[in-house]
Write a protein that binds this ligand. Structure first.
Ligand SMILES: O=C[C@H](O)COP(=O)(O)O
Length: 338
């Protein structure tokens, strides 16, 4: 065990705050700055080296690890985005979001009195009203994927109407997919205009821009698309729909976090980050938490600036916490949801 002094301080801080409340912070956006976009460069081998060095730089064990994993739970956008989704499945997921850990595990961790919930529920538009009803009184936001998810190729007006309908049904957050063609053809003005329209259609709901990084061909495109979406008013930038061939990766994360840092330098505005797709183990999520902390700092470990889009991560976190408490792993079948 090599729990450092720093990690013990993290333990206290990381268990301090829970919940997915985004009400206090919006990104108004700024005018599109093409010279800033065209000046973006990415050094792939330096990015790969930086990511490869991370596991050796920070090792979080035992109580500190349990605290990081509890914090990770509060940042999960607990997701179901399948063709066979039903209202029943969404309601079960909402119940899990409100009580993500078994009572005996919470007791053993001394967390019974804490209001630990996931950061949000993420569903298709069809299930927004069901989720909003099921989550009433819990304070857990409903996120909807509402712009012709996952391809984002519906007519522009249809996408705007879908966003409005989701907000009307009770969505607090809208995860929009960008038109990848705008990035692949370098049409930054079109991407900016699209994103501004989405943001306007969201009204008071927060907007997460899904870049579908696995479709964007180069990391430079990822960096440029990140910056354009932030300039246009995205409150979060998100890697993936979960449906691309390659979804969230640590290297893509590094590039997007550096774009967030740059936007913060330019404007003073903090933008959130959401890796999504294929994040299914506690070990994965701690690497992302480490990247957030090292690249952006402590405030970016909270659910108002960090969300993890995941359908099965919670089950592994629960297993790891059970192992932390009992010293034994339970079967996956004991953690059927999340
Ligand atoms: O946005 C969330 C993703 O669709 C979830 O992906 P996953 O099923 O690989 O965890």
């Amino acid at each position: 065990m090599d729990t450092s002094h720093q990690d013990n301080r993290d333990h206290t801080a990381l268990t301090r705050q829970h919940g997915g409340d985004l009400t206090h912070r919006r990104n108004p956006g700024i005018p599109l700055d093409i010279s800033e976009i065209e000046g973006i460069r990415v050094n792939l081998s330096a990015a790969e080296r930086r990511v490869a060095s991370l596991p050796g730089r920070r090792s979080v064990k035992k109580d500190a690890q349990a605290a990081w994993l509890l914090k990770a739970i509060t940042c999960i956008d607990l997701t179901t985005l399948n063709g066979d989704d039903t209202a029943g499945r969404v309601k079960r997921l909402c119940a899990k979001a409100a009580h993500p850990l078994r009572a005996d595990l919470l007791d053993a961790l001394g967390m019974t009195d804490r209001h630990i919930t996931t950061g949000a529920i993420c569903v298709y538009h069809r299930f927004v009203a069901t989720a909003a009803q099921a989550l009433k009184g819990t304070g857990i936001p409903v996120a909807a994927v509402s712009t012709g998810f996952p391809a984002g190729l519906s007519p522009h007006d249809t996408k705007l109407r879908e966003i409005e309908a989701s907000v009307k049904d009770g969505a607090d957050e809208i995860d929009i997919v960008i038109t990848r063609e705008h990035v692949l053809t370098g049409n930054w003005q079109a991407l900016y205009d699209e994103m501004r329209d989405y943001r306007a259609a969201c009204g008071d709901a927060h907007v997460k821009a899904i870049l579908a990084t696995g479709d964007l061909k180069t990391l430079r495109n990822v960096a440029k698309a990140s910056m354009v979406c932030m300039m246009a008013g995205a409150d979060f930038i998100k890697t993936s729909t979960g449906k691309e061939g390659v979804n969230a990766t640590p290297v893509v994360t590094l590039i997007m976090l550096r774009a967030i840092r740059r936007y913060n330098e330019l404007t003073g505005i903090r933008i959130g980050y959401k890796p999504a797709g294929g994040i299914s183990t506690a070990k994965d999520v701690m690497l992302y938490q480490t990247l957030m902390k090292e690249e952006l700092g402590r405030p970016w470990l909270e659910p108002d600036l960090f969300r993890i889009g995941a359908s099965s991560l919670l089950a592994d976190i629960e297993r790891q916490l059970e192992h932390h408490i009992t010293g034994a792993y339970s079967a996956h079948t004991r953690h059927p949801i999340g």
